[in-house]
Write a new protein. Structure first.
Length: 459
């Protein structure tokens, strides 16, 4: 845990730019003293009760720098568990930057990315999964992402993990007592009961692991590339989904030469939609380059929307595309269904492996709801909603949980094949270590550095 000789850190905690207010935040034992040396108001900050706000001015080197409101949150009941002082300046680059520089001159150090949250973690106020949730919360792209991050911050995941840890510790102590009294013919627990207890935990770990894919999707979003022959209506679909004329649409095939990316959200899931250049046989150097990029986007995307023109028969480009899909998950859109139909859904399904298909008119706005439904079905695989339960959202969680599950399964096997309780105990201890690592009870400097370096400065 942290000691009083921690240095005092400072950062501008609001985004750089023009705004109503900008906040310069300090944390550490000298926060109050440093701000007091710059602050002129009715009361000194050192005399201010915790969680209070006071009005005054910041004066540095005899010059008034800004008119401010200052709040103080005293240790240990603050974000970082240390003394925290926040100076609410006028927004804009100059005011906050000048106050920041004045604070730095008084001996504070510029905070590293995520250092405030790291101190909250090291001070024992939150565990590592909660610290990670803070970063997810700030970066959440949708309401659902926000809800999931908030529930992780409130400790939903931590509670589940703590309860599993408790049960494992209990199993270990039962094993130890059994071993201590093994001479005396008293059975504190038998292999069967032990296996039952452990398999309950294996199932709970399974449930968490199965939430990973959805957790990742909510957190990071899904990359969707719209691909198809020139002129089938790819850019029209992008514009329709966005509700604005983002991409240029013309009747000239080959209009989109370079890919365009935009974010949309459907049922709380962020989708990064990429409109690509049409695919056809061509010697045009720009089109060839465009096709190379389309190939890149096909490989890079999580799923594809393959678009066909219902008013024309299948062309060479459509078949060429079918060979470029590389085993990716995809959805077929049969566009221009407002025109006289030449290509039927059945014919389209045939060359695209009977993938899910939606009939649309990007021009008239037909079929959007069904399109959204199919898109969601493809990413959630019908797994339904996950607002109510603990969800894991990143690879680190997944790795630790897999380790824990693996060793517990091993323990169950050891017990059922009649090996000694000591063998099972070794595995259980390993599983406990993995869970402790997940929650940050045992972590290396490197792991912490990696996690907090992804935060923004001032958080
Ligand atoms: N009738 C009808 N026309 C459409 C529909 N969708 C797009 N179009 C028209 O088809 C033409 C091509 O549309 P785009 O959206 O530019 O097609 P694209 O696939 O992006 O074409 P490239 O960028 O050249 O690859 C335009 O004239 C659109 O107005 C539709 O559903 N029905
Ligand atoms: Mg286009």
């Amino acid at each position: 845990m942290r000691t009083a000789d921690n240095d005092t850190i400072v950062a501008v905690s609001t985004p750089m730019g023009v705004g109503g207010i900008g906040i310069v935040r300090l944390s550490g034992p000298r926060s109050v003293e440093i701000v007091d040396s710059l602050f002129r108001g009715k009361r000194q900050i050192s005399q201010l009760p915790t969680y209070r706000l006071t009005y005054g001015r910041i004066v540095a080197d005899g010059r008034q720098v800004d008119e401010v409101l200052v709040s103080v949150m005293r240790a240990p009941h603050s974000y970082t568990t240390e003394d925290v002082v926040e100076i609410n300046c006028h927004g804009g680059l100059v005011a906050t930057q000048t106050v920041l520089e004045a604070v730095l001159r008084k001996g504070a150090r510029l905070a590293d990315p995520g250092e405030f949250t790291q101190r909250a973690f090291l001070g024992g106020r939150i565990d590592l999964t909660q610290a990670e949730a803070v970063s997810d919360l700030i970066r959440a792209k949708t309401q659902l992402g926000h809800t999931v991050a908030l529930s992780q911050l409130k400790g939903q995941l931590s509670q589940t993990l703590t309860s599993i840890k408790k049960n494992l510790t209990k199993c270990l102590s039962l094993i130890e007592v059994s071993l201590d009294f093994s001479e005396e013919d008293i059975d504190f627990i038998n292999a069967e009961d032990l296996t039952e207890r452990l398999s309950g935990d294996v199932s709970r770990l399974e449930a968490l692991l199965s939430s990973f894919e959805q957790g990742r999707i909510v957190r990071e979003g899904v990359k969707v590339a719209i691909v198809g022959r020139p002129n089938v209506g790819k850019s029209s679909l992008l514009n329709l989904l966005l509700g604005e004329e983002r991409a240029i649409v013309t009747p000239v095939p080959g209009t989109t030469r370079d890919s365009i990316e935009e974010w949309i959200q459907v049922e709380g899931i962020p989708f990064n939609i990429v409109d690509t250049a049409g695919v056809r046989e061509s010697n045009d150097i720009i089109e060839l380059e465009g096709r190379k990029r389309t190939q890149f986007h096909i490989e890079d995307a999580d799923l594809l929307v393959v678009m066909l023109d219902a008013s024309e028969s299948l062309k060479h480009g459509d078949k060429l595309l079918a060979q470029m899909l590389n085993g990716k998950k995809f959805l077929v859109v049969l566009n221009k269904c407002d025109l006289e139909k030449v290509l039927s859904a059945e014919q389209a399904a045939e060359i695209y492996d009977y993938a899910p298909l939606v009939e649309m008119s990007a021009l008239k706005g037909w079929g959007v709801e069904e399109f959204n439904r199919e898109l969601i079905a493809l990413v959630t695989k019908g797994a339904g909603t996950f607002r109510e339960r603990a969800v894991i959202t990143n690879q680190r969680h997944k790795d630790c949980l897999q380790k824990a599950r693996g060793t517990l399964e091993q323990a169950c096997e050891a017990l059922s094949s009649g090996l000694s309780f000591e063998c099972a105990a070794l595995d259980i201890r390993e599983a406990l270590e993995a869970l402790k690592e997940l929650m940050g009870e045992v972590t290396s400097e490197d792991i912490l550095k990696e996690i907090f370096s992804t935060f923004c400065i001032g958080k």
